[in-house]
Design a protein around this ligand. Structure first.
Ligand SMILES: Nc1ncnc2c1ncn2[C@@H]1O[C@H](COP(=O)(O)OP(=O)(O)OP(=O)(O)O)[C@@H](O)[C@H]1O
Length: 241
């Protein structure tokens, strides 16, 4: 295992204040993720999984504690610097697809490549490759997201997350909206991305998805309570159902 984690959370808390009420999303969580790892996070509803991904993905800041990306303390960075790091390091698949409905599928997928100055024809090629690799069809490219089914939209969102070859892919319930056959394809995509070195963190309620990863972090009340060894024979791609 390389010495330096690609992502490290140290004693991270997150408090949500609504009026007088404070809800704790995370309560002093620490976590290290090394390059090439493929991990999953499971836990009951409200345990802090989405909060964890938002903080790890630099979409939100902790109330206290430290977040390091590739050894860099991101706590003091301004929003613009955070956004730059996010574009370079992180691909995000959201529970709700979060596609931009007035843009075409192609325009959605190529978005992360625009700040990097990738020429138009190359953006198109990479976008098409990313879409096909997650089981999508090139005929979707000129369409608007709302002309596609929910499962198709989620595949577009995954294509957008991987098109820029991020160092870390963070996925929040990536198969939740997909039928089983499509879910298998998406998990296969994650597995082959990981084999090519992609670091992946997947939040999932589905044990058949978690069992395809290398390590399962169980989270409860804003903290990791257990690390479980997956059973690969119970990975969705190895089940006949
Ligand atoms: N924006 C917010 N404002 C107030 N409380 C919030 C906010 N976001 C999350 N919380 C609270 O923080 C805690 C953790 O929420 P989080 O969404 O991270 O859980 P989760 O494990 O992802 O849940 P689920 O599986 O239902 O998506 C919950 O008690 C939740 O109500």
């Amino acid at each position: 295992m390389p010495a330096r984690p690609i992502l490290e959370l140290v004693n991270v808390t997150k408090a949500y204040r609504v009026g007088e009420t404070v809800t704790w999303g995370l309560r002093g969580l620490s976590l290290r993720i090394y390059p090439g790892e493929f991990i999953s996070v499971m836990g009951p509803s409200g345990s802090g999984k989405t909060t964890l991904l938002n903080i790890a993905g630099l979409l939100d800041r902790p109330t206290s504690g430290k977040v390091y990306i590739d050894g860099l303390d991101v706590s003091r960075l301004r929003d613009r610097e955070l956004a730059r790091l996010r574009n370079k390091y992180i691909g995000f698949v959201f529970q709700q697809f979060n596609l931009i409905n007035r843009l075409t599928v192609l325009e959605n997928i190529e978005l992360p490549l625009i700040p990097r100055g990738v020429p138009r024809h190359e953006r198109r090629k990479k976008a098409e490759e990313a879409l096909v690799s997650v089981g999508g069809d090139p005929s979707w490219l000129p369409k608007k997201p709302l002309q596609l089914s929910g499962g198709q939209q989620q595949r577009v969102a995954i294509a957008r997350a991987i098109v820029g070859e991020p160092l870390i892919l963070l996925a929040d319930e990536p198969t939740g909206a997909l039928d089983r056959r499509t879910a298998k394809r998406v998990v296969n995509t994650f597995i082959s991305l990981n084999k090519r070195g992609q670091t992946i963190v997947v939040v999932t309620h589905d044990p058949e998805v978690a069992n395809c990863t290398h390590k399962i972090y169980m989270i409860r009340d804003g903290n990791i309570v257990e690390v479980v060894e997956p059973d690969i024979s119970r990975c969705i791609i190895n089940t006949v159902r």
